[in-house]
Design a protein around this ligand. Structure first.
Ligand code: XMP
Length: 520
């Protein structure tokens, strides 16, 4: 287990809550650094003087089985302030001699809590109100408080909704202050971090940029670094950060698979090579990809072929650059967190994701991952600090396999051409109507079906295309975007009238789950 030693921090010990990452985000939004570690990995010896406070997350575990999971209680007995959230609150009570039992009334969803006593933790939390709405999600609860603990707030079903032991600096909340459904929940987190842990602000994008540039310089020295640039947000920010840090020692490779959005390759070359003066090798591999994909219609086969060929081409070009010691990747914090499967359950494989970030492991290069402590929205803000245009940093996500998975069935040059045009019309219309930034991701897919239509008294027999536009927080769940009828009608007319090959447009109104965002 190695924690970052360069910054003071709030350490979040994860017990498997679905909200753990939100806790880290809230703390960083407030301007403080925080790091997540798994309860399975953290040892007493890892607790150093950079840790100004500890938060124990919620989780699906059960406090009665405390001996089954290896959590060294000395970790929270060092005088560092500790805040327990939900399950974390129950652990603090249990480890200090209190009792936890199954609640008679399980609480899931909103509940009102009422103030009983003052505490730094709730300073300005209740405003002048008698009660606040909080988000509960628990089946167990503390039934007897340990000695010297005080009740700060209660709900109808949880007498010990907020508790504290001021002398020992233990604080517990049965609800989730990190979720937006809890009114003013951020205040509780901010009070813990700044008033109780007395931490000074140490996380801003300006500082962050300087720190990361210095960090990259120190890590790679005068060695060369290669980077697979896709033109997406993460790889663009990595490339620009390295450009600022090491200039000509950065070598980016951009592979045009022929499955990109309309004119994307031109935009990437113009932005990165011409405008930002980044060392960029442009590889046109359209023909190679099309050849390998000919007559392939199975989604998983498509994904594997594209992923493998991408690596092969990348390696081929990377070898031409001499004395490369490092590979830069846009790994983000959510990719890193080790404790995702704290309950031991395996998430089933839905799709084989191909990501330019996760590339050539075989190449024996050392990794440079400057974004590995950042969340996506933080990467976007950093991108702005690095002078990347808003257009680049607010781009919708685009999958590694590109248009191949937006074209169920076999892939042909003709279909790619039609799809690129239709997608372009749709995205441009979103921009023209100021809708692009309200939508998390939007695209057109070309379905492997032809239908009959009538245009200018003539029969047509052409493809059917599908529009997808979703709102989402993180791509894990999604809902379809509700366009006005006039907008969707206009775009349908425009596509059918302007693009030869499409005579019908449908709009996908399924959410994720049960559907996924992409079609394949
Ligand atoms: P799904 O279709 O799984 O997509 O609901 C969730 C998000 O992931 C993107 N996606 C990919 N991104 N490589 C990527 O880099 C991939 O292979 C891939 N497949 C899907 C998708 O566009 C959406 O944003």
């Amino acid at each position: 287990m190695s924690l970052d030693l360069s910054l003071n921090k709030i350490l979040i010990i994860d017990f498997g809550s679905q909200f753990t990452q939100l806790i880290a985000r809230r703390i960083r939004e407030l301007g403080f650094f925080s790091e997540i570690t798994s309860h399975k990995k953290i040892k007493n010896k890892d607790i150093n003087n950079k840790i100004k406070g500890i938060i124990l997350s919620g989780g699906p575990l059960n406090v009665y089985e405390i001996n089954k999971y290896s959590f060294d209680k000395k970790i929270i007995q060092k005088g560092i302030p500790v805040l327990g959230i939900c399950f974390g609150h129950q652990i603090i009570s249990k480890l200090n001699g209190g009792r936890v039992k199954q609640s008679k009334h399980r609480e899931f969803g909103l509940a009102n809590i009422y103030k009983k006593n003052d505490s730094l933790l709730i300073k300005n939390f209740f405003y002048k109100k008698k009660s606040m709405k909080v988000w509960m999600s628990h089946a167990d609860q503390v039934s007897k408080l340990p000695k010297n603990f005080k009740v700060i707030a209660s709900s109808k079903n949880s007498k010990f909704a907020i508790v504290e032991n001021k002398t020992k600096k233990y604080y517990g909340v049965q609800f989730h202050p990190e979720v937006t459904h809890t009114d003013n929940g951020k205040r509780i987190i901010s009070n813990f971090v700044s008033l109780i842990c007395k931490m000074k602000r140490n996380w801003s994008y300006k500082d962050q940029k300087k720190k990361l540039i210095l960090q990259v310089k120190n890590q790679v020295g005068s060695n060369k670094v290669i980077c697979a640039l896709s033109g997406g947000v993460d790889s663009s920010v990595v490339a620009q950060l390295l450009n600022k840090a090491i200039g000509n020692n950065l070598h980016c490779i951009f592979v045009n698979t022929g499955l990109l959005r309309k004119d994307e390759e031109k935009q990437v070359v113009t932005t990165f090579k011409k405008r930002l003066k980044i060392n960029l090798t442009y590889v046109n591999a359209e023909k190679e990809f099309l050849k390998k994909l000919s007559n392939i219609s199975d989604p998983e086969k498509k994904r594997k072929i594209i992923g493998n060929l991408f690596i092969k081409i990348f390696e081929r070009y990377a070898k031409k650059i001499k004395n490369v010691k490092f590979l830069a990747q846009g790994t983000l914090y959510p990719d890193l967190i080790e404790s995702r499967s704290v309950t031991g359950s395996q998430t089933s494989k839905i799709k084989s994701h191909h990501n330019v970030g996760g590339l050539p492991k075989k190449m024996k290069l050392k990794l440079v991952e400057p974004l590995k402590f950042l969340f996506k929205d933080e990467v976007r803000k950093l991108g702005l600090e690095l002078n990347l245009s808003r257009e680049i940093i607010s781009r919708h996500p685009f999958p590694g396999p590109g248009l191949a998975i937006r074209m169920p069935g076999i892939i042909t040059k003709e279909k790619i051409k039609i799809l690129k045009e239709a997608d372009h019309y749709f995205i441009q219309a979103l921009r023209d109507h100021n809708l692009y930034n309200k939508i998390w991701q939007a695209y057109v897919a070309l379905l492997p079906v032809k239908t009959v239509g009538v245009m200018g008294d003539n029969r047509t027999y052409e493809y059917l295309c599908l529009l997808r536009a979703i709102t989402s927080e993180d791509g894990m769940t999604a809902d379809f975007y509700e366009f006005k009828k006039s907008f969707i009608q206009d775009i349908s007319n425009k596509i059918v009238n302007s693009i030869r090959g499409i005579n019908r447009v449908v709009y996908d109104i399924t959410s994720k789950p049960p559907s996924t965002i992409e079609l394949e």
